[in-house]
Design a protein around this ligand. Structure first.
Ligand SMILES: Nc1ncnc2c1ncn2[C@@H]1O[C@H](COP(=O)(O)OP(=O)(O)OP(=O)(O)O)[C@@H](O)[C@H]1O
Length: 294
């Protein structure tokens, strides 16, 4: 569990985070969204004790990061995957981290296996692709087998294979009961990965909502060779029907089962019944107004 309470962080005159409050609960992936400059990285840095807030607090499992005795065993983070020295190997780098944090060597081996780097464990990181570096960064985050994970843009620059791998990994970690906070600008990917969303703008909370509420069904697209008769029957049953340019009908206020049953009662053939949702991208743009914050 991560608790951010009334958090404010300033850099000179810039208020990067402004009285922000939200909780990140275990057992689900929480997406952290906001335009460029909204304050996501700053919030993550404060949670990880890398920045001190002007006021408010951020707690991991009920404690401030700097009060946690073995931080890597409680919270793992991926902030900047490019940070490893090129001369190091995954095995060397992770062993060094494990020693510094009193983590057994067995965890190094399993973290390397978990991220699929076993074949290059003794190769220099300097020759690694961006995807391999991301995997190494995730191995470092997983090293202490932490219950809480924070990942800032983990899918940046990855190929579709890598993107899917991270999605499945994060969903699996949440299913094990871990707390996962994930920031990304890729809306379509976020829609597939996150169960819950925290959206901020200009350092303030805009939404703290389950994904399904942001991408709820908008209408049902219906097609029939007797569209006129169907439209009449749907309207009489309380639906709001609008004709689309291509002959389809947009129906609101009735669900697909009701539409199907109604058509059957009137012996009207149906050629298509498709519930249509709002995409996360559309909702996000409406909530944030689009564009960068600063
Ligand atoms: N070290 C710093 N010194 C001065 N200003 C900073 C510093 N770090 C962040 N800021 C400012 O704080 C605000 C929030 O930045 P932050 O990086 O947290 O946003 P973000 O939501 O992570 O953006 P992005 O999506 O672009 O990564 C911005 O105005 C940024 O310029």
């Amino acid at each position: 569990m991560i608790e951010v309470r009334e958090l404010t962080k300033r850099y000179g005159r810039t208020v990067a985070v402004d009285g922000l409050t939200f909780h990140v609960k275990p057992g689900r992936v929480t997406g952290f969204l906001g335009p460029n400059g909204a304050g996501k990285s700053t919030t993550m840095r404060v949670i990880l004790g890398l920045d001190r807030p002007a006021s408010g607090e951020a707690l991991v499992n009920g404690r401030r990061y700097d009060r946690i005795r073995h931080p890597m065993r409680e919270v793992g983070a991926l902030l900047d995957a490019g940070a490893v020295q090129g001369g190091r190997t995954p095995l060397g780098h992770l062993s060094w981290m494990a020693r510094a944090n009193r983590i057994g060597i067995a965890r190094v081996v399993s973290a390397i296996e978990q991220v699929g780097l076993a074949g290059v464990a003794r190769k220099r990181v300097g020759g690694f692709s961006l995807g391999m570096r991301q995997r190494l960064g995730i191995a470092a985050a997983l090293l202490g087998d932490p219950a809480v994970l924070l990942l800032d843009e983990p899918v940046n620059g990855l190929d579709p294979d890598g993107v899917r791998w991270i999605r499945e990994l994060l969903r699996g970690l949440a299913a094990e009961g871990r707390t996962v906070l994930l920031s990304s600008h890729l809306m379509s990917e976020m829609e597939l990965t996150a169960d819950h969303l925290v959206i901020i703008g200009r350092g303030r909370l805009i939404a703290d909502t389950p994904m399904r509420e942001l991408t709820a069904v908008r209408d049902v697209l219906v097609r029939s060779s007797r569209a006129g008769d169907l439209a009449g029957a749907l309207s009489a049953a309380g639906g709001t029907v609008a004709a689309e340019d291509d002959g389809g009908l947009s129906v609101r206020g009735l669900d697909p089962e009701e539409i199907g049953d109604l058509a059957a009662r009137h012996a009207i053939p149906l050629h298509e019944v498709t519930p249509r949702g709002v995409s996360l991208e559309e909702t996000y743009m409406r909530l944030t107004g689009g564009g960068a914050d600063r």
